[in-house]
Design a protein around this ligand. Structure first.
Ligand code: 3PG
Ligand code: MG
Length: 400
């Protein structure tokens, strides 16, 4: 893997008074009363922000939040994020009502060394996602140096990720971005064996490329969540009313065959929690995976499967987990994901997890501190492990 420019390649001693545009991924869940529900992405960006502020830089933070589709929309304002950042950073944070334009330019030129400002949502401008040249020029006009610490957005070739990096000569990956690339890169390098991947979530779609790229490297493949249904169906099980992807059955069979040929052990759910209705369950039972009663659907892995997954995690010397193993957002169908998350604390090897719900489950289980790496990227970590070149990473490679 190519080497990334990092903060060590910027002359920190020379940053005093310089304006540094820091792309962060503060796309965090916000509650209806405008509070940040999970501050992981804020906390993880703090080392870079502190380092730059300590060097006397004017720190200009920019992020997207949600998908406002190019229009100013109060539901997606970053103002609550600026408020939430203050106690975490332990320093005052200014807020700019927009991310480009003469007023923002005047504001950042007027700031003192070491001060921090968060700009309003980049995606209030449709030009951001289009990487429109004029918009990238406007972003670049705000600063003299570009630092990208937004790993979660590194798979997006947007103006604040790629366009600005092409315009500012002094640029680098922040500490978080560099750490993400290093940790995830370890999984694709020569991971210690046995190497296990635990993949969950609703669908196979979106994970196929990751699964295909990891499969030849894996000793153990554990599948749960809705995506496991497609594999169970491919084995000929009658899944009752469970969701699965009929157009992926051949692909699932082929993956199982390839795993078998290579000697990769595949663990599919042996028992499942089923219900007649997600919203008003009248009936909840645990059944063998090949005996799903008519009219019910699988919504979580059962206790036997949880045990088998925990045992496999306890054997892994390298582990990657992305995706919940049941309908995590609807308790009690979060139980399987939670129980398996507890087992993470006993993984003897280098474990990496990614994806909002997986990280939330690991944190709630108190396992997050035992992990090798908690990725702040969902889609970005999957694309990285699919072997794809992330545009936000490529643009920060040395010697480009
Ligand atoms: C994420 O949370 O997945 C990232 O912030 C990227 O957001 P996006 O999928 O809306 O581009
Ligand atoms: Mg996403």
């Amino acid at each position: 893997m190519a080497d990334l420019l990092t903060l060590d390649d910027l002359d920190l001693a020379n940053l005093s008074g310089k304006r540094v545009f820091v792309r962060v991924d503060f796309n965090v869940p916000i509650s209806e009363d405008h509070k940040v529900r999970d501050a992981t992405r804020l906390e993880e960006a703090v080392p870079t922000i502190r380092e730059l502020a300590a060097a006397g830089a004017v720190v200009i933070l920019a992020s997207h939040l949600g998908r406002p589709k190019g229009k100013r929309d109060p539901r997606y304002t970053l103002r609550p994020v600026a408020d939430a950042l203050v106690p975490i950073l332990d320093q005052s944070v200014r807020f700019a009502e927009d991310c480009v334009g003469p007023e923002v330019e005047a504001l950042v030129r007027d700031m003192d060394p070491g001060e921090v400002v968060l700009l309003e949502n980049l995606r209030f401008h449709a030009e951001e996602e289009k990487n429109e040249p004029g918009f990238a020029d406007q972003l670049a006009a705000l600063a003299e140096v570009f630092v990208d610490d937004a790993f979660g957005s590194a798979h997006r070739a947007h103006a604040s990720v790629v366009g600005i990096a092409e315009r500012l000569k002094a640029k680098a990956a922040g500490r978080l971005l560099a750490r993400e690339v290093e940790a995830l890169g370890r999984l694709l390098g020569e991971p210690e064996r046995p190497f296990a991947a635990l993949l969950g979530g609703a669908k196979v779609e979106g994970k196929i490329d990751t699964l295909e790229n990891l499969l030849p490297r894996l000793d153990l493949l554990l599948l749960g969540g809705g995506m496991a249904n497609t594999f169970l169906a491919a084995q000929g099980h009658d899944l009752g009313a469970s969701l699965f992807e009929p157009d992926r059955l051949d692909l699932a069979s082929e993956i199982l065959a390839r795993a078998k040929a290579k000697g990769t052990e595949v663990l599919l759910p042996r028992d499942l929690v089923v219900t007649d209705s997600l919203d008003s369950p009248g009936r909840i039972e645990t059944v063998p995976a090949d005996r799903i009663p008519e009219g019910t659907k699988a919504v979580d892995i059962g206790p036997e499967t949880r045990k088998a997954f925990a045992e496999a995690i306890g054997r892994a010397r390298t582990l990657f987990w992305n995706g919940p193993l049941g309908v995590f957002e609807k308790p009690p169908f979060d139980a399987g994901t939670r129980e398996v998350a507890q087992a993470l604390a006993h993984c003897p090897g280098f474990s990496v997890i990614g994806g909002g719900e997986t990280v939330a489950a690991a944190k709630q289980a108190g396992a997050a501190d035992h992990l090798g790496h908690v990725s702040t990227g969902g889609g970005a970590s999957l694309e990285f492990l699919a072997g794809k070149t992330l545009p936000g990473v490529a643009v920060l490679e040395k010697g480009r």
